[in-house]
Each structure stands twice: as structure tokens, then as C-alpha cells.
Write a protein that binds this ligand. Structure first.
Ligand SMILES: [Fe+2]
Ligand SMILES: [Fe+2]
Length: 410
């Protein structure tokens, strides 16, 4: 059976199941984007049932193939069968499915960056570019548009490969098309299509900057230590990382602040992948699946390393429209090894135990709860503002299954 036939079979099976059962999601609490509705509420406020869990993952395949009408939501639903793992262990399939979802989300956000600030060509489905935004990004490096393009293409290949591998092993794949409901930027250059992620209200966590410089603090050994933010303002509000409309293209320091925000967000995203792959690899069973994680993970690190270097070239300024400050990190009250902008290699740090000599490593790499940690971090960044309760429930379920996976010895 060809890959396409396999995929169609999975879709057909899922559709049959979908139409014969009901959606329990009508019992979910309504979603609100209010400030009080924090990450914890978003991820935990949804009543969990085994029925719903299965529905989420089975229907997600179906949802990619048809438009799911709201009329379908409202009958009774018995429990669904578990999603298929095919010839993979249940744990390996769950880890790969979570990574497929993470890569689909990464692809969605990178495509938005590329449409406005990257190189427009046939390798990456594109918009038509925003010359003013692209110029502002080039303050960080003359090759920013090339790097954005290449990072975007890499993410497409990650999502496509992992799903194709799952399908080839007879396992259910992940398709999030049902959730492509968020608006595109209205700025000239962006395609007008539904999005999975929101780059226009980001609260960017820049603590990775100091986490990788701290010589005595490893998040895995010091889970309660709060690493300082490089750009405190970015973590204390909601800011666009792409122009929302053409009105955002001026004044100069405003569009530059948007480009600066993007520059830090690029590294925030990629340091997440840098930790996620080694964290999950520790619970993979099959050596080929392990090889997949060990081969994709370091490309996330290659991205992170590049973006950390470019972020340090941000333009020092205050956004005149909202007061967002990008301070000089090489001078007091910043400065020193914690903030110096050219320290882009990981400093050595205690690893596993303080009884060992310090070691230059990726961190964190704790495997317990790694997938849910990634979901919380992405949600905390505001990347999913506007998404539906079903979306958060699905992400949570995929993450829980990945975190339940255990390395099996044969
Ligand atoms: Fe990726
Ligand atoms: Fe990535």
C-alpha cells in the first residue's frame, strides 16, 4: 500500500468513527482570552475524559480531510478505540505524534515570519514579503531573510518526515488543519489564510539568554531558580513580532522594535526544540525512532545557536508607541557574563549531580513532563491566543501521552 493509500485509509476509518459517534466537547468550558485566563486555566480548565481524549486524536485526522460542521457536534459518544501505533510501540508513536504536532505548530509560525520577512521562492509557500519589515530585521544581520527562509523550510521537512514515518509504520498521524482559524497579519505581504499560531500578541520569555550563561544554575538541578530575562519588557506585556497591518510599518523605532521582538522570539522557539528532543529521546524504545530524535534535535540547536547570535545585534531603542525597551545589555545595570551579547556558547554548568565536574550542555533535558513543559512554554508565550478549547485539549492529550511513554527493554 502506498503512503497516500495508507493515509486515505486512516482518514476513511476516522471519518467512519467520527460520523458514528458524538462530540463530548460541548461540555467544555467556554474559552476566554482575558488576562486572568492564564496558562494553567487554559490547559487544566477542560474536563478530561477518556472519551474525549480518544475523540480528539481520531477526529483530528478526519478534520483535515473534511470541513467539520458544527451540526455534527452534539450526539452521544461512547469511548473511542485508542489511536493506532502500528508497528511502533505505543510510547514511540505517542512521542512521534507529539513531535509531529510541535513541528506543525513551528512550521505555521515560521511560515508567517517567512511570508513577511524571509526570501520568497518556491521552496517555502510564501507571501510576497514586507520590504520595511525585512529591512528592520536586517539590522540584526544582513542575511536574516535567508536564515528565516531556511529555518522555515527545515520545519516543513520536520513535520512532513515525522508524519510520513508514522504513516509508514501503520500509526495514526497528526493533522491540525481543523484549527487553522487564527487570522493572518493584514500587512501587505502576508497571505490571507487561517493560522494555527498568533505572532501578534507575544509575551516572549527571554530567560534562555541567562540560563545558558549561568555557571552554577542548571534548571534540572535548580528547578525553582528564576533565570533573569534578557529583555524584561518582552516578558511583561503582549507585543507583535510581525507587523499586524501596514500601520505598524512606522515610525521607524516601532517596526524596528517588532523586528527586535522577532529576533528574540526566533531563539525562544528554537531553544525549546533544542531541549525537547533530547528530553524525549530518553524514553524512546526503537533505535530507529531514537535516530530520528537524535538527528532532528541538533538541527533545532543549530537554529538556536544562529538566532542567539543574531538576537544580540538587536537595535537598542524604546518603542515610541508602547514603551517597550530594548536596553543595552553590555552596560550596567546589565552587562557581565550574564548579559554580554557576544557570549553565545553555552557556559559549563553542573550536570546530573554537583559531585561531577561542570560540563557545557544543553539544558534543561529532564525527561519527566518534557512534552507538557513544552506546551506550557508555547502557551505562555501567547502563541495560541485565540485558539479553541478543543485545540488546548488536544495539545494537552498529545503531551500527556508522550510523557506517559516509557522506554521498553526487549
Ligand atoms: Fe523543528
Ligand atoms: Fe525549530
Amino acid at each position: 500500500m502506498t503512503l497516500r493509500q495508507t493515509t486515505l485509509l486512516i482518514i476513511a476509518e476516522s471519518l467512519a468513527t467520527f460520523f458514528s459517534r458524538t462530540n463530548p466537547l460541548r461540555r467544555l468550558q467556554p474559552y476566554s482570552t482575558s488576562k486572568e485566563n492564564n496558562v494553567k486555566d487554559l490547559l487544566n480548565g477542560i474536563k478530561r475524559t477518556s472519551d474525549r481524549r480518544s475523540f480528539m486524536k481520531k477526529s483530528i485526522v478526519a478534520a483535515g480531510a473534511v470541513t467539520v460542521g458544527s451540526a455534527l457536534l452534539g450526539h452521544e459518544l461512547p469511548a473511542f478505540a485508542e489511536e493506532k501505533s502500528g508497528r511502533l510501540t505505543k510510547g514511540d508513536a505517542a512521542i512521534l505524534r507529539f513531535l509531529a504536532a510541535a513541528e506543525i505548530l513551528e512550521t505555521d509560525l515560521w511560515q508567517q515570519y517567512n511570508e513577511l520577512g524571509g526570501i520568497q521562492d518556491q521552496e517555502v509557500p510564501g507571501g510576497s514579503g514586507s520590504p520595511v519589515y525585512t529591512a528592520a530585521l536586517s539590522f540584526l544581520d544582513g542575511d536574516m531573510n535567508q536564515y528565516i527562509h531556511d529555518n522555515t523550510e527545515d520545519e516543513f521537512t520536520h513535520q512532513n518526515f515525522i508524519n510520513a514515518y508514522l504513516a509508514a509504520k501503520g500509526a495514526d498521524t497528526v493533522n491540525l488543519d481543523h484549527f487553522r482559524t487564527l487570522p493572518s497579519s493584514a500587512a501587505t505581504g502576508a497571505q490571507q489564510i487561517g493560522r494555527l499560531t498568533n505572532l501578534m500578541q507575544l509575551t516572549v520569555d527571554t530567560s534562555w539568554w541567562t540560563r545558558y550563561r549561568a555557571r552554577n544554575r542548571n534548571p534540572d538541578l535548580d528547578p525553582n531558580f528564576k533565570f533573569p530575562q534578557a529583555i524584561p519588557g518582552l516578558a511583561a506585556g503582549q507585543f507583535p513580532a510581525i507587523p499586524r497591518t501596514d500601520a505598524d510599518l512606522s515610525p521607524d523605532d516601532h517596526i524596528q522594535a517588532i523586528a527586535n521582538t522577532a529576533g528574540f522570539h526566533f531563539a525562544t522557539i528554537e531553544q525549546g526544540g533544542t531541549s525537547l528532543y533530547p528530553s524525549l529521546a530518553q524514553r524512546v524504545t526503537n533505535t530507529e525512532v531514537l535516530r530520528i530524535l537524535l538527528s532532528i534535535g541538533p538541527t533545532e540547536t543549530a537554529h538556536f545557536q544562529t538566532w542567539q547570535d543574531k538576537a544580540g545585534n538587536y537595535k537598542r531603542l524604546t518603542d515610541p508607541t508602547n514603551g517597550l525597551v530594548f536596553p543595552e545589555l553590555n552596560a550596567p545595570p546589565f552587562g557581565g557574563e550574564t548579559f554580554q551579547t557576544n557570549l553565545i556558547m553555552p557556559e559549563p554548568v553542573p550536570f546530573l549531580s554537583r559531585k561531577f565536574p561542570v560540563c557545557s550542555i544543553i539544558r534543561p533535558t529532564e525527561t519527566r513532563g518534557a512534552a507538557m513543559g513544552a506546551v506550557k512554554a508555547l502557551t505562555g508565550d501567547g502563541l495560541f491566543i485565540g485558539q479553541s478549547p478543543e485545540f488546548f485539549a488536544l495539545l494537552r492529550d498529545l503531551a500527556e501521552d508522550a510523557d506517559d511513554a516509557r522506554r521498553e527493554c526487549h
